[in-house]
Design a protein. Sequence first.
Length: 329
Amino acid sequence: MRAVTITSFGGVEGLEIREVPDAAKAVADRVRLRVRAAGLNRADILQRQGRYPAPPGYSQEIPGMEFAGEVESAGDEVRRWKVGDRVFGIIGGGGQAEYVTISESHLAGIPSNLNWAEAAAVPEVFMTAHDALFTQGHLTLGESVLIHAAGSGVGTAAIQLVREAGGFSFGTSRTEAKLKSAKALGLTDSFVAAGDPMEMVDTVLGFTGGDGVNVVLDLVGAAYLKANLKSLATRGRLIFVGTTAGNRAELDYSLVMGKRLHLMGTSLRTRSAEEKATATRLFDEQVVPLLATGAVRPVIDQIFELEDVRAAHERLESNESFGKVVLTI
C-alpha cells in the first residue's frame, strides 16, 4: 500500500510517498479500513522533525493520527461495523496510508452529511476539544472559556462546542482576520495576541465583569502561563493541550492556591486503548449527533492530494491556516 513516509528527520524534504508493508488483516475485534482522507496535525510536523515519536506499537515512519474511510473487512468478534460502513477515528500513528487496522471501539460512524475530507477534519480536533472541555474541564451551562489559537483546528471545534453548551468563549489569535472568522462560529469576544501575553488579562477580566474565565483551553504553551493564571476565576480550570510557545515556565504557587485552581494536561495520542475507547464513545454519543444536524461543523482550511503532503506541511507550518489541513487518499 502507499503511505506518507518519513525518510529523514527535519524539513519537508524528508517526506515521501512510498510503497510500504500492507496493514494487518482484521482479526478478533479489529477492523481494516480503506482510508479515504486523513487530517494533518501539529503532531505530524513534530514527528517529521524527530521531536514527537509515535507511541510503542505504531509506525515511527508513517504519520497520521486521524482518518476517515470505509470498512474493508472485520474480525469475527466485531459487532458494530460491517463491510462498507463509513467510519472515522483516531490512531496512534500510521493514519496517512491507504489502509489502517484498528480496534472497533476506536471508531465512530460518519454522518451522511459529511464527505470524506470533512469527516477527516473531525476526529482529532473535536475529540480533543470535547474531552478537554467536558471530560477533563467539567464545563457547565453558562460558563466562560478562554481559547488560545482560536483559529486552529481544536480552537474552531472548541468555539462551536462551547456555543452549543450554552457557554461563552473568548479567543486569542495572532491575527484579526482569524478572530473575525472565528466569531462567525460563535466566538463571543477576542484579543489579538501579537505581543506580551499579559496584555490580554485586562481585556479578559473586562469580558467577565472582573471575575475571570472558568476554563482556559491552552493550545499555545509556556509563554501564556502567567496570563492564564491571572485570567482564571476562583476554582477555574487550566487545561494544557499544546506547547508551540514552549513547555517550561515558572509557576506562581500562591496564585494557584489562592484561587484554588485546577491545572491539568491532556493528550489523546498517549492514552491507553481503554481510555481512547472511552473518549471515542463520548464523542460518538455527544458530538456526532451535533455534526449530523449541522449544529457544529468541521472547518477546513485547505485540501491536498496525498502526493502533495510536503505542501500540506508547509501550509500548516505557515501559521496562516484557519481550521484543518486535510490529505485525500
